[in-house]
Design a protein around this ligand. Sequence first.
Ligand code: BEZ
Length: 254
Amino acid sequence: MNNPDQRQSWSPDTYQENARFVSDLGNAVLNWLSPQAGERILDLGCGDGALTKRIAQAGVDVTGVDTSDELLSAARAQGLDVRWMDGHNLSFDHEFDAVFSNAALHWMLKPGEVVDGVRQALKPGGRFIGEFGGHGNVSTIITAMRAAARIHGGNEELAGPWFYPTTEEYRDLLTGRGFDVRRISLIPRPTPLRTGIRGWLMTFRKPFFEQYDESVQPAILDEVESLLAHTLRDKSDNWTADYVRLRFEARLGK
Ligand code: BEZ
């Protein structure tokens, strides 16, 4: 998260409350990883270590990296081997059987640098398995924030600074950097937001709201919520976000 617009501080409690679903929904990509006892695996963007721990439980020697000190502390408290490292500047040397990443790659806005570091981290024949936001991810939410910025004056770019590629774009990126892409798909995944849209917005898009004076932030939140209610809230007041996942498996030659 090098871009200043991306700087966020993640409180483990807020994350636990509003974003626990991120790791809860990680089963499919973990199945694609299929970790084997004795392997050495890098978890890129490990967050608070919820999935890192599950990989470790398969008998794997797993290392996690992330750029949030708060979430790394939560991971360390579970006894996991994690360290602070920017995904754009991975400094591993052909030491992992696999690199795994869930719900993190869309935060890294120079994906070529990330993939170069992943290739450098892998042993010959190693695999890169991941899932992150794909083209169209949370597009309704981004559009509502952009609309609020137009109505109230503000920087629309702060609404959605993420990398959400199409499968073609990401396949080309991986292939151009020496990977053989075995599987890649975009998967719409409507995602229930147990704590509603406000919690999601303030957990994941704080910088957008913090561009406004504190006294008007609640009105901007109200505006975004009311724009979104028509499409994302049902008659029983349940909120569902329009997530789209890009899941892939890529391998290096031996
Ligand atoms: C995602 O996992 O797709 C995501 C998470 C936080 C903000 C935006 C998207």
